[in-house]
Ligand binder design. Structure first.
Ligand code: AMP
Length: 192
């Protein structure tokens, strides 16, 4: 596919449970680029019991967002690693207007550009059902609803922001994994 041969920087945007992590990992495998999931990084820090982990554990358990300042450090460090030089797929960042500005600043400082924002949308009731069936510690129904509320309030406005920049590739995520994957490939090829 078109995106394999070039340097491509992609943000995956969508509500919690939309499957964006799965899709980012699938595409990353195919492109040979790193899928950078801030949720996975933070969960890893909690499991390790690192300083970062102890700072974010409570916030994550409540369904709220880690502070923009702390996330700027986490993402700035990660994108500075060599494997991100030739492109990346970002899953779970940015999640606020301030984070979108931070990302734009990081890219600008490296004379880099963002190529696509893949927005995977799924109806709320499907999201709740999916999250509860995953049965993770942070997937209790009240936490799931809180994460969705936070998403609507803080993250959803980024859809219009990136649409305005001409970067938004909108995908119906309420389908099987393979179908969603195919749609993403077509959307990326069609907007080269
Ligand atoms: P995720 O696996 O992407 O849904 O992330 C799990 C949790 O990690 C979120 O509910 C937040 O508490 C935290 N988190 C992950 N990414 C971010 C981010 N970009 N900004 C703030 N908090 C984040």
């Amino acid at each position: 596919m078109g995106v394999v041969a070039e340097v491509v920087r992609i943000v995956f945007l969508g509500p919690p449970g939309s499957g964006k992590g799965t899709q980012a990992a699938l595409l990353a495998d195919e492109c040979g680029m790193p899928a950078i999931s801030t949720g996975d990084m933070l969960r890893g820090a909690v499991t390790e019991g690192s300083d970062l982990g102890s700072r974010v554990e409570g916030v994550m358990a409540s369904g709220d967002l880690v502070s923009d300042d702390l996330m700027a450090e986490v993402v700035g460090d990660r994108l500075a690693q060599a494997d991100a030089d030739n492109g990346f797929l970002l899953d779970g960042y940015p999640r606020t207007a301030s984070q979108a500005e931070t990302l734009a600043g990081i890219l600008e400082a490296g004379s880099q550009t963002l190529d696509h924002v893949v927005f995977i949308d799924v109806p709320e009731e499907t999201l709740v059902a999916r999250a509860l069936s995953r049965n993770r510690a942070d997937d209790k129904e009240e936490v799931v609803r809180e994460r969705l509320r936070v998403y609507r309030e803080k993250t959803q406005p980024l859809v219009e922001y990136y649409r305005g920049l001409g970067l938004l590739r909108e995908i119906d995520g309420d389908r099987r994994i393979g179908e969603v994957e195919t749609s993403i490939r077509l959307a990326l090829e069609g907007s080269d």
